[in-house]
Write a protein that binds this ligand. Structure first.
Ligand SMILES: CC(=O)c1c[nH]c2ccccc12
Length: 116
């Protein structure tokens, strides 16, 4: 059934997400930014995204392609580099995660192409 084919893909996405989460040891990107932490956050950031939301979307089969998954990862990074100024720990963590996470996603794409 189509469900069977989707299952291995979802396991790959979950594993890829686990690798991205490992590269955020201070868990800056683990949960949604709350309005208590940053009262103006939702005036600045129109499409919030975080790793817990991505995990729910994987579980809910909301990613049909790895590009859709990568788009949310890019959103996590872009939001952080938009809201936080360059000289902050948060901004620098986003730059680091972008560079390290990029390799994780490129590898996942190679595997998806292989399974195909
Ligand atoms: C990822 C990110 O931008 C943040 C993660 N935690 C925060 C707390 C206040 C403002 C921003 C953030």
């Amino acid at each position: 059934t189509i469900e069977m084919q989707l299952q291995p893909f979802n396991i790959l996405l979950r594993n890829t997400l686990d690798q991205l989460v490992e590269r955020d040891p201070t868990r800056i990107f683990a949960e949604p930014v709350s309005v208590e932490e940053a009262p103006d956050y939702f005036q600045v950031i129109k499409h919030p995204m975080d790793f817990s939301t991505m995990r729910s979307k994987v579980t809910g089969h909301e990613y049909r392609t790895i590009d859709e998954f990568e788009k949310d990862f890019d959103l996590v990074i872009k939001n952080c580099m938009t809201y936080n100024s360059k000289d902050t720990v948060f901004y620098r963590a986003a730059v680091k995660l972008r560079d390290m996470g990029g390799a994780v996603i490129r590898n996942a794409k190679r595997i998806v192409e292989k399974i195909g």
